[in-house]
Write a protein that binds this ligand. Structure first.
Ligand SMILES: C[S@@+](CC[C@H](N)C(=O)[O-])C[C@H]1O[C@@H](n2cnc3c(N)ncnc32)[C@H](O)[C@@H]1O
Length: 269
């Protein structure tokens, strides 16, 4: 097992908090990613870094698959997903994407949604997905375009960095988030018919509190940032973010685009 727990390092720990920060939105991305990657009746599907199960639970809604296995390194997420499952074709287990506990050629398709950017040696995880998918099967993944495609999160990092120039915005440049970076890796790993695209969803918030309060629970990288601030720095950030969210209009609903990079390739014979 690799030394670093990449999930804990990125602040993933609490399933209920994760649902508010991301799970409610990654459910919207899941059908787009599955349709981009392809899915057929009878497929055996692996969801790498399944989190609370957004993609895993969507797979059987799109095709009459044989089985879907979700794996994740965050045990509370695996337990949360398991507790919500009533489909005998779906199973969840704890595992590291870099050392998948499956035999070669065990699946027809592997998906990984919003995970690889948290794994510094992401190539190792993609190579593992290639190993466990049969020749002719597909490996499909998505990462958020964190630099150019997530305005509601950029607002947090940019305002925080203006208030305190010592704040490091390396989160905007995570592995595989640059244009064509995923496709380059897929080709290096020998996949065939490699294609990278952009997938767009909208995140809709009912008011500033609906937008902001999930980030104050310590979950994920923005949650880690907020938790690291002093009470006064946090209050200033909150006030400036409120101004950014409102943009001189009364509090109420706002809609933000969110764009993911997605890449798929076919496992060579
Ligand atoms: C942003 S969440 C995405 C979860 C889910 N796929 C979704 O879209 O809602 C990132 C997930 O990657 C998982 N993760 C991070 N490093 C991992 C690793 N090395 N192996 C397995 N899962 C990992 C975290 O536990 C977390 O559930």
């Amino acid at each position: 097992m690799p030394d670093t727990n990449t999930a804990a390092a990125a602040g993933f720990q609490n399933a209920e908090a994760y649902e508010k920060v991301m799970g409610r939105w990654s459910r919207r991305l899941a059908p787009l990613l599955i349709r981009f990657g392809g899915l057929s009746d009878g497929d055996r599907v692996l969801d790498v870094g399944c989190g609370t199960g957004s993609l895993t639970f969507t797979v059987p809604e799109i095709a009459n698959v044989a089985a879907v296995t979700g794996i994740d390194l965050t045990e509370p997420f695996v337990e949360f997903a398991r507790a919500r499952n009533s489909d005998p074709r779906i199973s969840f287990q704890s595992a590291d994407a870099r050392v998948l506990p499956f035999e070669d050629n065990s699946f027809d398709r592997a998906f990984s949604m919003l995970v690889l950017q948290f794994i510094p040696d992401a190539a190792r995880a993609v190579a593992e997905m290639r190993r466990v998918v049969r020749p002719g099967g597909t490996v499909t993944a998505a990462v958020w375009d964190s630099y150019g495609g997530r305005p509601h999160i950029r607002m947090i990092w940019d305002i925080a960095a203006v208030l305190d120039p010592a704040i490091d915005r390396h989160h905007l440049f995570r592995p595989l988030t640059a244009p064509d970076e995923m496709a380059t890796l897929w080709r290096e790993l020998g996949f065939l018919d490699v294609e990278q695209t952009s997938l767009l969803i909208r995140m809709e918030f009912s008011c500033f509190d609906d937008y902001w309060s999930p980030f104050t629970k310590g979950e994920g990288p923005p949650g880690q940032l907020v938790a690291s601030l002093s009470a006064s720095a946090r209050a200033t950030l909150t006030e400036q973010l409120r101004r950014a969210y409102l943009a001189d209009r009364p509090d109420g609903p706002r809609s933000f685009v969110c764009v993911a990079w997605a890449c798929r390739g076919t496992v060579a014979a």
